[in-house]
Write a protein that binds this ligand. Sequence first.
Ligand code: GDP
Length: 430
Amino acid sequence: MVKAVVGANWGDEGKGKITDMLAEKADIIVRFQGGANAGHTIVNNYGKFALHTLPSGVFYNHTTSIIGNGVALNIPILFNEIKSITDRNVPMPKILVSERCQMVMPYHILFDQYEEERLGGKSFGSTKSGIAPFYSDKYAKIGFQVSELFDEDLLKEKVVRICETKNVMLEHLYHKPLLVPDELLATLHEYKEMIAPYVCDVSAYLDQAIKDGKTILLEGQLGTLKDPDHGIYPMVTSSSTLAAYGAIGAGIPPYEIKQIVTVCKAYSSAVGAGAFVSEIFGDEADELRRRGGDGGEFGATTGRPRRMGWFDCVASKYGCRLQGTTDVAFTVLDVLGYLDEIPVCVGYEIDGEVTTDFPVTHRLEKAKPVLKTLPGWKCDIRGIKTYEELPENCRKYVEFIEGQIGYPITMVSNGPGRSDIIYRKSPFSK
Ligand code: GDP
């Protein structure tokens, strides 16, 4: 049985917590896209961790953690991350890396920085992890697959060829120091030593696992609105954030994905540039940011303060639809307990007309939020275990949003920990 855990919005919805929680009953957790440019925060019995590359299942003894072919693999970061958890007494996780996975090269990170510098005020707000240059090279067919580390002749020839191309850009566009092929080759030899014990044919491994009836979780990074096709292009990431891509980025048949858990946060937050219709500012935003998540809404990778906003039904309905949602996990609801009233964005006004359909980017930029205000519940809901015990206004908030987005909210998360979860029967479940 394959399940995907993905985001409905701009990322940071709490996918890490939901994956960590579902991993208790899973055998294998697979990262299928993205790289170390975003992070998950996980709180469990070992402490609080920010993971960027490792799947969120690494804290269990019984799970295998897989880096699928769709990931942008930064080998030194993977190694530091393994060390950072084992240094804190987490047992060494079982990790497999796809031989078809491509590697983030040191020059991808440089190119990311140089391009942001060159663009100045028109930059994309990249985290400068090399992700856009990495995926550009992958699709331009000049990327390096992990498997290529193990063919020395191929590697030598390719390093020289790639340096030639990259050096033209470095010299003439960016005016920066040139790459030296021998140095790059030496770095790749180090990468080979580091990664060798983990490399395998992941799609064959997963094929067998499916036949053996194992439970496999596909863990997405970011959310629908950052998808390069269906998101707020060009303020998107460079790999698909959709559950459908899980099949490609892990190497399994699409029809094996039986459950798609789309994570939606009870309010909105975003990092980086781009239209954000329900955004709030000033003291109102500062207070939500300070109280938000677990210890404030600041990027897990960058520490940047996140942009804050009210729940956006238009974006979330669209976000759930593109994911193919079977279940919504509605997170961080406990944080809203301080508010007397809670505004929710129920429509977008664009050129004088109200719509509930999420538009293309240039129209999105003109959208003004249509807000509806719901009463708050004014109490702490952490520790509550059943849906019926939640305050009435809190249930009304959940049910109002469920009605607006049209997808079943079957899990409500009321705290950062693994056990802070309330399961619920939804009238929207098929
Ligand atoms: P991800 O990238 O989607 O995994 O999200 P992040 O890890 O960046 O952000 C989610 C933050 O919210 C983390 O700090 C989590 O520990 C925290 N979190 C997740 N679920 C809940 C919840 O229900 N309540 C609270 N208060 N915090 C939560």
